[in-house]
Design a protein around this ligand. Structure first.
Ligand code: P6P
Length: 337
């Protein structure tokens, strides 16, 4: 904490680095690089409505078959540049790139870490001024640090994450991350250009009264248990605070951020047109699962803890039930009964 009583992200990272006696500072520098790129993306997201050439679609589609928004590409470029040039990262898997980006910059080849990230999740919301987010996972590489990183480095279970975080570009811009010793949130103060500690040691309520799901998929859900749980959420039972309220932003970072702070559950169950689920394991579900678990919540595919899933493909999709401890365990009872 400095004389103004503010703890900036950089100060916090350096202070927490002392918790890891053998740390050599690379992870700290990597987290600071991400914070820097997030400030750049914040600036563009917050004036998206003013600059005609930054709104709308690029006319391209990404590996997911989704139309790439101009800000998607912009955010991807800014994060990749920041990560490559500072030399703390050997490679990146991004939602925006079909293949891993293996850095061969002399500063990066022997870096200790690799990153999986969704540079701008929920970007279809940008043009209508709804919150969007960046999601990232950091792993120690497993391959020989004297050569370029390999696919093996990216196909690690989520339990191996060295760190995970997200940035939510909403009514304010916040960066929330964990290195495995709790979850802390930092709010960007644009007047000083710093992320400032605003939510220390976040603990997720074990119970909430909101649930997030795309109800439009009701007829497509493959699990009868999901429909039974939704009926349970909508029953009138004042003793248990039901009916719960349905909140669905269309940006999972926003829905999960609200659930972490207030309690709640986010679900993207298997549907007939996405039997494996829609959301991506490496750069959406794993990082958010790590954060939610560190805050006291639960994250499951319905049959397995998200963090225990062995990835087979860098863009692998999974179903996900993530949020407050009591709520996720309740839906899993319905799904698996
Ligand atoms: P649907 C955004 O594209 C995203 O990946 C998540 O952020 C969001 O929760 C989900 O997909 C929305 O998907 O099918 O409900 O539009």
């Amino acid at each position: 904490m400095n004389v103004s009583g503010i703890t900036t992200l950089d100060e916090f990272i350096i202070k927490k680095q002392a918790d890891f006696p053998y740390s050599t500072g690379e992870l700290s520098r990597l987290l600071r690089d991400i914070g820097f790129a997030a400030k750049i993306v914040h600036r563009e997201v917050n004036k998206a409505g003013l600059i005609r050439n930054i709104l709308g679609k690029t006319g391209n589609t990404n590996v997911q078959g989704e139309e790439v928004q101009k800000l998607d590409s912009y955010a991807n470029e800014k994060f990749l540049n920041a990560l490559e040039l500072d030399g703390e990262c050997a490679g990146v898997v991004s939602e925006e790139n079909e293949e891993p980006i293996i850095f061969d910059h002399k500063n990066s080849i022997s870096s200790k870490y690799i990153i999986a990230m969704d540079p701008l999740d929920g970007s279809s919301n940008i043009d209508v001024n709804v919150s969007v987010g960046t999601i990232f996972s950091i792993y120690r590489r497993k391959s020989d640090p004297n050569s370029k990183c390999t696919m093996e480095d990216f196909l690690q279970s989520g339990i191996n994450q060295a760190a995970a975080g997200y940035v939510i570009y909403g009514s304010s811009t916040m960066l929330v991350y964990t290195t495995g010793r709790g979850v802390n949130g930092f709010t960007l103060d644009p007047s000083i250009g710093e992320f400032c500690l605003s939510h220390e040691n976040i603990q997720m309520p074990q119970q909430g009264n909101t649930y997030s799901i795309n109800f439009g998929n009701y007829a497509r859900f493959l699990s009868p248990g999901v429909k039974k749980y939704l009926d349970y959420c909508n029953e009138v039972d004042p003793e248990t605070g039901r009916p719960y309220s349905m909140r669905y932003v269309g940006s999972m970072v926003a829905d999960i951020h609200r659930s972490i702070l207030k309690g709640g559950i986010f679900m993207y169950p298997p549907t007939d047109d996405a039997p494996e689920g829609k959301l991506r394991l490496l750069y959406e579900c794993n990082p958010l699962a790590y954060i939610v678990e560190q805050a006291g919540g639960v994250a499951s595919s319905g049959t397995k803890r998200i963090l225990d899933i062995e990835p087979k493909d860098i863009h692998q999709r999974v179903s996900i039930y993530i949020g407050s401890y009591n709520m996720v365990n309740r839906v899993l009872n319905f799904v698996n009964e």
